[in-house]
Design a protein around this ligand. Structure first.
Ligand code: PLP
Length: 388
């Protein structure tokens, strides 16, 4: 049975060309990029080439890219780095209630360190209201962190509008763009972002590497102290193969992103339409239009998410019951609750995320298999009997 992978938002397979680009840096050109001899300097050149490719993808300057171990470290660095660098100015941070745990838990930690955090609510589509950001800013606000697109519901936030507000108020704007870099074209200058987090493994690159974009002039205390790597902004010997892989993934995305987004949007719409037509009591979560090209998040009443997911897995179909990071727990997704779903609806949700190797035949197969699974599960569900 061929596997149908529809969980690209959790992680993507590494592109074969990325693997090929990385291989020489494991044992051939293995030198430490801080070393002055040739094989160290070759590694350094490869890092700088990757930096340029990463910068080009988001319209940044090379020196504004700081390589990290992934999205989580980039998020931590942005928030803690700015909080400590600007604590002379204020102690207030604004974020949203639907952020990834990398942001939410960092904010909770900062609360224990004397910082105050406002967690903005979202509307039923998972959208932050820029007016709420404006109203929440006080004289003590130092940073606003709103994700570019939500990893569960797929909703894309009005970052440009929020940026106008933060810019006028002299407050930094950070965006967690882990789900959008290389999937949706954008430019940090046009959007007016000061800091941005990215992770390579969501973009057909390797796991354990990402970057933080830091606009020139942004004050930031390093999160990792030690050597002078990354111009003193992130200590530790560079993950050379990982960074080279990130650069290659960025280059491929630059070339293919627009066409790929169109193709995936078409398949996504087919999947949504088919689900809504073929199964009763289904609702699409997230914004109907302003959403990631590859995201489908559905609540299917009277069927339990984990049970649907495991039954799909038996048919060779991989999807998720919410964010991969929260799978394995029985807590309903904090994102879906924030959108106004009740815990039962949240527990009956599935997320399909499409990608580069998703085909129309795969979508047809899901549309054939899932309604049958739902019928079977509902027949066993006491909830269906009482409601249906
Ligand atoms: N932010 C978002 C929106 C994510 O989806 C993820 C991963 O799922 C992360 C941050 C964490 O990134 P990483 O796995 O590279 O630490």
């Amino acid at each position: 049975m061929d596997r149908i992978y529809l969980d690209y938002a959790a992680t993507t397979p590494t592109h074969p060309d990325v693997v090929k680009a990385m291989l020489p840096y494991f044992s051939g050109t293995f030198g430490n990029p801080s070393s002055i001899y040739a094989c160290g300097q070759e590694a350094k050149e490869a890092i700088e080439e990757a930096r340029s490719r990463a910068a080009l993808l988001i319209g940044a300057r090379d020196e504004e890219i700081v390589f990290t171990s992934g999205g989580t470290e980039a998020d931590n660095t942005a928030l803690k780095g700015v909080a400590y660098a600007r604590k002379d100015r204020g102690n207030h941070i604004i974020t949203s209630s639907i952020e990834h745990h990398a942001i939410l838990e960092t904010c909770h930690f900062l609360e224990t360190q004397g910082f105050e955090v406002t967690f903005l609510s979202v509307d039923g589509h998972g959208m932050v209201d820029p007016d709420d950001v404006s109203r929440a800013i006080t004289g003590k606000t130092i940073i606003v962190s709103i994700m570019h697109a939500n990893n569960e519901a797929g909703t894309i936030q009005p970052i440009a509008e929020i940026a106008k507000i933060t810019c006028e108020a002299g407050v930094y704007l950070h965006t967690d763009a882990v789900q959008t870099v290389g999937h949706v074209p954008f430019n940090v200058d046009k959007l007016g972002i000061d800091l941005l987090s990215m992770s390579a493994h969501k973009l057909y690159g390797p796991k354990g590497v990402g970057f933080l974009y830091v606009r020139k002039g942004t004050r930031l205390v390093p999160f990792m102290h030690g050597g002078e790597q990354e111009s003193g902004r992130r200590a530790s010997t560079h993950n050379v193969p990982g960074i080279v892989g990130l650069g290659k993934a960025a280059q491929i995305a630059q070339q293919e992103m627009v066409e790929e987004a169109e193709r995936v949007t078409r398949l996504r719409n087919k999947l949504i339409k088919g689900m809504l037509e073929n199964i009763d009591h289904v609702q699409l979560n997230g914004h109907p239009q302003v959403r990631l090209p590859n995201n489908v998040n559905l609540s299917i009443s009277y069927a339990e998410g984990e049970a649907m997911c495991l039954n799909l897995d038996r048919e060779g179909i991989c999807c998720s019951t919410g964010s991969a990071c929260s799978s394995g727990t029985t807590e309903p997704s904090h994102v879906l609750l924030a959108l106004g779903l009740d815990p039962l609806q949240a527990h009956s949700s599935l997320r399909f995320s499409l990608g580069k190797w998703t085909t129309e035949e795969e979508i047809d197969r899901v549309l054939d298999v899932l309604p049958r699974i739902v019928t079977k599960l509902r027949a066993m569900s006491p909830l269906q009997k009482s409601h249906g």
